[in-house]
Design a protein around this ligand. Structure first.
Ligand code: NZQ
Ligand code: ZN
Length: 428
């Protein structure tokens, strides 16, 4: 067998050429007459810029006053009140004692558009010019929406989400992370829900990177078990979405991804056993941030169909974000086994030590290990574990994505409405 590398842009399938600017690809010749296209072996072109300044460690919240301009007029945003029970509120207000600030509490999990519109009114009436999010993904994402909406010149801020308007410049904001999970503290994405419409939509853009994020692992001690399990599951799935595609020869990205997954696998039982252990919570926190700060997704194909489908389950039933991923991921990987089996098998070997069997057998064993990992944290992986009203969900989700024009998701654009229907139905 020998290998020829062509510069054959015209022979690259449309979905790759359009999305990923492949310049050349590899055919393997064997004794067969026709060349067999095995995979694309070059790393994809990419740009990487992440301006978020991270403060990591015990006591770092006190540094807030080194990062916010002294003359800022601040809106401090938080959620349902956990920060007032675990000492984080006191640390934040102590650091802000020389500042002019207003508070806005009550941002719910899966940040709600209507509530955020109340905060937007305060930003305008109080002439706020700096936002400080103190919370988990929901508070930080809500703050990102506000950073965008505060400077948005259109009439209807919902358009930012509905029409996918990219935020080039937003109001400056910082974050104090209280719940490791989403990675939002170091990325420029946000997800906002609008319950009256049954919608959960994403937004983003370079104007939505936090100016700084403070990551103090001691905050993990007060997080309930359910949210700890959610955090591990969300971060783990983030890595899978950026990794479980097809081999492209990006060794470093693969090893980064595998090391985050292996660390989460090792950390999870310790975390569920004792969240107050500093080493454990520090590893958990940094894994979650690194899982979605843009680094591991560069130069490699990404999937993200599990998230697209999962968000619809939250919109329909209010199921925690991470749990929707645990419901969909195993079925998604089974459905696309042929497309993903090489990476599934590689993941199985490097993360779960699965070394026996064919590639397909190892890939299937890796999916089973993944589902068992979710179960080990008491995360049920069937839709019927969360709602009795699951009949018809597959058709609903498939139709919603179709209406939105999301008819070709995933790294191969193979996640069609019909595939979505089969995956969701298989998840009942
Ligand atoms: O609201 P409070 O009272 O603060 O309680 C929260 C909330 O009830 C509680 N909590 C947070 N920190 C705590 C704590 N309880 C005790 N001690 C602490 N230190 O935890 C509950 C859940 O919080 P939430 O912020 O909703 O969780 P998470 O961080 O998992 O965020 C989920 C949201 O992020 C979005 C999800 O879709 C969902 O809306 N995501 C955002 C992403 C992004 N921007 O990059 C990517 C993700 O894939 C995800 O879609
Ligand atoms: Zn997620």
């Amino acid at each position: 067998m020998f290998r020829i590398i062509y510069n054959l842009d015209d022979k690259v399938p449309n979905f790759i050429r359009r999305e990923q600017k492949i310049l050349k690809h590899t055919f393997y010749y064997s004794n067969s007459i026709k060349p067999v296209l095995l995979n694309y072996t070059i790393m994809l072109n990419f740009e990487l810029q992440n301006p978020v300044k991270i403060f990591f460690g015990k006591g770092e919240i006190a540094k807030l006053n080194t990062q916010i301009p002294k003359d800022a007029n601040i809106l401090v945003l938080y959620g349902g009140g956990s920060i007032k029970k675990n000492g984080i509120y006191e640390q934040v207000t102590a650091a802000l004692k020389d500042y002019n600030y207003t508070e806005f509490g009550g941002i719910p999990a899966n940040p709600e558009y209507e509530v955020l519109m109340d905060a937007l009114a305060i930003i305008k009436s109080e002439k706020i010019d700096f936002l400080l999010a103190v919370g988990g993904g929901s508070v930080i994402d809500g703050t990102k929406f506000l950073a965008s909406a505060a400077l948005y010149e259109g009439d209807e801020p919902w358009d930012i989400l509905d029409k996918g308007i990219r935020t080039e410049v937003g109001m400056p904001f910082g974050t104090v992370l209280t719940l490791p999970a989403t990675g939002t503290e170091m990325n420029s994405g946000s997800v906002v829900s609008r319950r009256e419409l049954g919608e959960k939509r994403g937004m983003g853009g370079p104007g939505l990177f936090p100016k700084f994020s403070i990551l103090d692992p001691t905050v993990v001690a007060s997080i309930p078990q359910r949210q700890l399990a959610n955090g591990v599951t969300d971060a783990f799935t983030h890595v899978m979405e950026q990794y479980m595609t097809y081999p492209i020869g990006a060794d470093l990205q693969d090893r980064f991804a595998e090391s985050i997954m292996s660390s989460l696998v090792a950390t999870a039982p310790k975390l569920m056993g004792d969240a107050s252990d500093y080493t454990t919570s520090a590893n958990f926190m940094w894994c979650c941030t690194m899982a979605l700060n843009g680094l591991i997704q560069k130069g490699v194909p990404n999937d993200w169909a599990i998230h697209a489908i999962g968000h619809e389950l939250t919109a329909l039933y209010g199921i925690d974000h991470a749990r929707t991923l645990a419901i969909i991921a195993p079925r998604h990987y089974h459905h696309f086994l042929d497309n993903k089996k090489e990476k599934l098998a590689q993941y199985g070997e490097r993360v779960w030590n699965i070394t026996e069997g064919s590639i397909t057998e190892r890939a299937k064993a890796a999916i089973a290990k993944t589902e068992a990992f979710f179960h080990s944290m008491d995360i049920p992986t069937r839709l019927s574990d969360y709602t009795d009203q699951y009949h018809g969900t597959a058709e609903k989700v498939s139709e919603t994505l179709r209406e939105r024009g999301w008819v070709a998701l995933g790294e191969h654009k193979a996640v069609t409405p019909e595939a979505v229907r089969v995956i969701v139905e298989g998840s009942y």
